[in-house]
Each structure stands twice: as structure tokens, then as C-alpha cells.
Design a protein around this ligand. Structure first.
Ligand SMILES: *Cc1c(COP(=O)(O)O)cnc(C)c1O
Length: 383
């Protein structure tokens, strides 16, 4: 089974050499734009490409505002601060995510509260969230959602769109509104993924993107906050040291952050964004081929949820059990075809082991079984 899969992957990438999980592609105007920043000397924290990248990304996602940041973790940290999360409060998220989701919560001194994922989306489960809240939370007189046992505020919720597959956003929006919980989407993996025609990251109070080197498009390092006009303006202020606009004076009116994206990186981003739809087209062709090839076999391919267009950032399969997963991982990696298991659950990491959690059986089930397959843009799209 594994040898045939390896042969299949090699045919797609037309190579007997090493095949990475996800390699960036620079086939557009990247060099031209980056050189332009050098020629202009505007490589750093101000420049025309930052403004243009924010405008272009707002247009692409349909978000009223888009604020570029130095990376996706910083974007999420700032967005959670803007959403009013404070030290000692709880923020609901999923145990099956990349550690940055939880780190952004912990930077504020807040604590993640782990709720299970759905097996079909791999994202936060609205049903599990409603169940947990019904049993353990109540709305207090001030209108806030608090734990019944000790009155701790549950301020926000951070669903993550795993591998680019949109979570159950209608369900999550509904349960957040019932319980007066602000939703901030970690859309780091889902640039180009749409839920019922609307871009992920635009359903909550704010959403955040990442342009790290392994994501669907890259700025080297970078991130973005998607928000409405009001939060967008505040996000820009907070991430640019909270400096009041003035021709020459330095006055800062709150504790700000130097989280801005350099113009050099934004130039790369402007060029990458011009190719994004091409990348996604190629990735969806590859996903179709994986799905077709694996149909009826032992490995279950993870397909986009109904009503969604996924960017298929990383293709994933669900193995029958952990033993089969380990055989798949060792054989592919030994033979130069890179595959990876899904993340260890956040509840296992020493920093988050003591955090509150609900029943996380789906997350545990997936943790033992999910493997990512090579997902870079196919060579035939680069000719
Ligand atoms: C990549 C990623 C981030 C942010 O990563 P940065 O490297 O800080 O840009 C956040 N959350 C998830 C789920 C991610 O995959």
C-alpha cells in the first residue's frame, strides 16, 4: 500500500529526488517588487507595498480592513487584545492546532479552554462547545459568559481552519452569539478558503492570516488582521507602537507593539497574491487526484466540507489506526517523500497540560491517525 502511494506521489511531482511537504513558489513579479523596495531604500517599516498589500488582501478576502503584521502569531495576539481578552480570562479553542494559537492566548495571561473538533472539518465543534457551555457556564447579570464553578469570564473563542478546511462557521457564529463570546478566527492556514462563498477569517469580530514560508503563499514571515473599519483602525494603531499621527512628534497613547510588516516582505506578498488563485487551482487538482487514487482504500482522504471551497493547503489522510500511521510515516520519510503526523494535542504540552478541557475524544482519535502528504504546487503548473 505504502510503496504504491510513494510511486503515485513521485509520478505527480515527476522526480525520484526528495519531495518536501510544502515548498514556496516564486514565479511572478517577486524579484521586481523586492528589488523595487531596495532601489527606493524603503525596505523597512513604511512603504507603498505595505499599503498596497493591505488593500489587495482586503479586496481578495472581502474584509473591510486588512492590517499587515510581522507574523501570524503577532496578528492573533493583537486581535485577541483588541477583542478585550484580559489576564485571567478564558478563551475557547481546539486542542488540535498549531501551538501559535494557544501561545497568542497565553501571551495575554489568559488561558485556553479546550473544546473538541468535528471529525469532518478537523475544526472547533459548535456542538461540543454548546454542550460544554450548557453544562459549565452561565450568563451573569453583566451579560458576560462565566464559568459556573468559579465565575471566570469566557471572553473569546478561536476556531482554527485546519489545513485550510473551513470549520463549521454557521454553528460557531450561532453559539458565540448565544453565549456573548467574541469570535476571532485563526485563519492562518486558510487563505483562499471560502465558507458558503465568504472568505474564512471574516465571520467573527476579527480573523488572522499567516504568510510564513510553509503557508499557501508567503512574505518570508508575515501575518494579517482582518477586521471591520473600527477594529481595523485600532489594529493598525496597536501594531505600529500606538503612535499618534503627527508630522514630527513622538506621542504614544497606549501600550503598543512593533508588530508591523516591513515593506520588503510586503513587496513579496503583493507578488505572491497575484499568483494565489493559480496556486490554489494547482492544489485543488492535486487534491482531486489524491481523493481519486485513495478512493475505497485503507486511507481516508480529508475532503473539503460541504458548501466550502478549501485551499487544500496541506493534503491529509486518516489512517485506520496508529500502527498503520507509523508504518506510513516511516516508509515515506525513509524514501524521501516527506509526510508528517498532525500536531501533538495542546493538552499534552507542558504549558497547557493543566488547562480546562471538555471531552476531546475526536481530537484524540484524529491525533493518532492523521498524516499530511506532499502538497506543493505541481510542476506542470509551473511550466
Ligand atoms: C502558521 C500558523 C500560525 C501563525 O504562524 P506564524 O509563523 O506566526 O506566522 C498560527 N496558527 C496556525 C494554526 C498556524 O498554522
Amino acid at each position: 500500500m505504502v510503496d504504491a502511494l510513494i510511486r503515485f506521489v513521485r509520478e505527480q511531482y515527476r522526480t525520484e529526488g526528495f519531495i518536501p511537504l510544502h515548498a514556496p513558489v516564486f514565479c511572478g513579479r517577486e524579484r521586481e517588487y523586492v528589488n523595487d523596495t531596495i532601489d527606493s531604500t524603503f525596505v523597512s517599516s513604511v512603504g507603498a507595498y505595505v499599503d498596497r498589500f493591505e488593500r489587495d488582501m482586503a479586496a481578495y478576502t472581502g474584509s473591510p480592513r486588512a492590517v499587515a503584521t510581522v507574523n501570524g502569531t503577532a496578528a492573533l495576539h493583537a486581535a485577541l487584545l483588541l477583542a478585550g481578552v484580559k489576564q485571567g480570562e478564558l478563551v475557547i479553542t481546539q486542542p488540535l492546532t498549531f501551538v501559535a494559537t494557544c501561545n497568542a492566548i497565553a501571551y495575554i495571561g489568559a488561558q485556553p479552554l479546550f473544546i473538541d473538533v468535528d471529525r469532518n472539518t478537523l475544526g472547533l465543534s459548535a456542538i461540543a462547545m454548546r454542550e460544554w457551555l450548557s453544562e459549565h457556564a452561565q450568563i451573569s447579570d453583566d451579560g458576560l459568559c462565566r464559568t459556573k464553578s468559579d465565575g471566570i469570564i469566557i471572553r473569546a473563542c478561536v476556531p482554527m481552519h485546519t489545513f485550510g478546511h473551513p470549520a463549521d462557521l454557521d454553528g460557531l457564529v450561532a453559539v458565540c452569539s448565544e453565549w456573548n463570546i467574541s469570535m476571532v478566527e485563526d485563519a492562518a492556514e486558510s487563505l483562499g478558503s471560502f465558507y458558503h462563498g465568504r472568505h474564512t477569517g471574516t465571520f467573527g469580530l476579527m480573523g488572522t492570516l499567516s504568510f510564513n514560508g510553509n503557508k499557501v503563499m508567503t512574505t518570508g514571515g508575515g501575518g494579517m488582521i482582518l477586521a471591520d473599519e473600527k477594529f481595523g483602525a485600532h489594529a493598525k494603531h496597536l501594531t505600529t507602537t500606538a503612535k499618534k499621527t503627527h508630522p514630527y512628534e513622538f506621542v504614544h497613547d497606549e501600550l503598543g507593539f512593533n508588530y508591523r510588516m516591513p515593506n520588503l516582505n510586503a513587496a513579496l506578498g503583493c507578488a505572491q497574491l497575484e499568483s494565489l488563485e493559480e496556486f490554489i487551482k494547482a492544489k485543488r487538482v492535486l487534491a482531486d487526484r489524491y481523493a481519486e487514487y485513495l478512493k475505497g482504500g485503507e486511507l481516508q482522504f480529508v475532503s473539503e466540507p460541504d458548501g466550502c471551497r478549501s485551499n487544500y493547503w496541506l493534503n491529509a489522510v486518516i489512517c485506520e489506526n496508529q500502527k498503520q500511521r507509523d508504518i506510513l510515516l516511516s516508509a515515506t520519510n525513509e524514501q524521501g517523500v516527506m509526510t508528517r503526523p498532525i500536531w501533538a494535542l495542546m493538552t499534552r504540552l507542558p504549558m497547557y497540560a493543566a488547562c480546562r478541557k471538555g471531552n476531546i475524544s475526536n481530537s484524540q482519535w484524529l491525533e493518532e491517525r492523521v498524516v499530511n502528504l506532499p502538497s506543493s504546487v505541481l510542476p506542470e503548473f509551473l511550466e
